[in-house]
Every structure is written in structure tokens, then in C-alpha cells.
Design a protein around this ligand. Sequence first.
Ligand code: F6P
Length: 327
Amino acid sequence: MAYQIKTIGVLTSGGDAPGMNAAIRAVTRAALSNNMQVKGIYRGYKGLIDGEVASFTSENVSGIIQRGGTILKTARCDEFRTPEGRKKAYETVVKEGIDALITIGGDGTFTGARLFSQEFDMPVIGLPGTIDNDLWGTDATIGYDTSLNTIMSCVDKIRDTATSHERIFLVEVMGRDAGFLTLNAAIASGSEAAVIPERATVLEQLEVAIGHGIRKSKNSSIVLVQEHAVEGGVAAVERIIKENNPHYEVRSTILGHLQRGGAPTAQDRILASRMGYAAIQALLEEQRSVMIGIQKNEICYVPLSKAIHEKKDVKQDSWQALQILAI
Ligand code: F6P
């Protein structure tokens, strides 16, 4: 092997996602079983800059597979965006004898990871950990399935009151710039429509939504609205509906951070475990700057540059299915 890896560092960064703990556990145990030492880095890149590092044994990751959040804590770190910040982080890497980094997070995490790998000629493997599922090259990200299930069960509850009162309910869903959570939660919960950044204008989408619900024999409607699809969020959408249809009773709910919490689903635990194991395999195969992805249920390696820069679109058949099934 050109570059013998004796010690790996693992960190979680950006928004937490259910299943991150399962990934930390898998990375740690797969590394230990290959006689590598493991350093847990707390608070993401901030902890790497500040030297918040601890040696991990198998016990450090006991009893965590079922827990949401991340035992390593997480942060969004502006300092790591600067060359000076990354230099400080590298000083910690040298001090701790870390030969390779495993970073678990989303595109912000990978942007930093890629620069760090280039600047200091260091192997860095990314695990996609974000509820948004917005990374190119992987069918699913760790945390997405759990979040989808959480949103679905919230909308099921909202449906009870929506039908009882014969109201339109707008439900704001997270996703940053992507509509995967919104669209698929809408399908899973039988919502009348989804307003997502990837498709048609808001007014057109609302017209369809209202057409599907109120005008066609149903007397209530649920519309999922992606958090950044409309400036002003659900409050703005509520205003638009009321201006055009003053006779409708409209209520809005913002699901917020409850979408990021809770015990990971079996699917997320399995995905995180497979990806964590694969991250160590990737290092043994001398991969340097890749994300572990899953495509058609097979693990794959995706260059970090592609995972970050290529755009993943929502599935057109899912979009059409929602329109048809909501009639
Ligand atoms: O990327 C995960 C995510 O939950 C997005 O869906 C959301 O836009 C963002 O993080 C919220 O970030 P914060 O918790 O820092 O407000």
C-alpha cells in the first residue's frame, strides 16, 4: 500500500441526521477490526481546529445504533472555510497522528473535506449523512428514510383534523434546496400536492393542489410546502391562497427540527452500517477523496467533486404519480 493508514479520525458535521450514530459505530468497529486506531473528533471541523479529539475503542460506540442525533456532536464551522482554519485543523491531524479522515455530513461537509484532502494530500472519505437526500451519486442518504417516516406520521395526524374541519392545511417541510423529502412525504401521506423548488411555479402548483382537493369532491386538502420553494415559506403561501380564495379556511404547520430527531429506522441503521463498513474498505483500497454512495442497493464510490457539484433531480414519475393519485 502506498500510504499505510494506522489511525483514522471520524467526525460528523453540518445538520445532524438519524443514523449518524450507526455510521460512527460501523466506521469505528470496521477500523478496529483492521487494526487501525480510531480518534473521535467532537463538534465537526470546529473540534478538529480546536483539538477536541478522543481515542475510541469498541465500547465508545456501544448502545448507540438506535439513538438519533450524533454522539460526536456537530457544528457548522465558518473557520474551516478559510485556509487558515484548515491549516489549524491540519495541525491537530498531525498532533493526533491521524492518517485519514472519515467525514459524515452533507454537501457543506464534503466541500470542506475535498479542499482539506487536496491541500494536505490526505485520504478523506465522505459518508452522506443528511435528511435532505440531496447528494448526487447516491439513491439515499443516512437519515432521509427516518425523516420521511417522521413527516409522514405527522401529516397522518394533521389529516384527522383537516378532514374534521374541512380545511386546507399547509405543512412546511425541510430540505434546504431540494424537494425529495417534500415530494416523497406527500406521496406517502396521500397529500393533495407538493410545492417544491424543482418544479413549476408556486401559483401553478397551488392551482393544481386546490383543484385536486376542494374542487374535486374532497372537502379538505393537505399541501406540503418545501421550506425554500417560496420566499416567506408557508405564511406566504397561506396569503396567496386566501387572496385568491377568501372562502377557504387555511391553516399552516411548520414541522421544523422534529424532522431531524428520533430513532433511526431499520433502513437508515442498515444503510449507515453498510456505508460505515464500506468507508474503511475504501481506505484499504486506497481511495482518497470519495463519498460512499448506494445505487440500486449496491455500495459505490463517488468522487466528492461530483457528489457536491452535480445536481440530483427528483424523479419525474414520482412527480406525475403524485398529481394523478391525488385526484
Ligand atoms: O441540511 C439539513 C437541514 O435540516 C435542512 O433541511 C435545513 O434547511 C437546515 O438543515 C436547517 O439548519 P439549521 O438546523 O442549522 O437551522
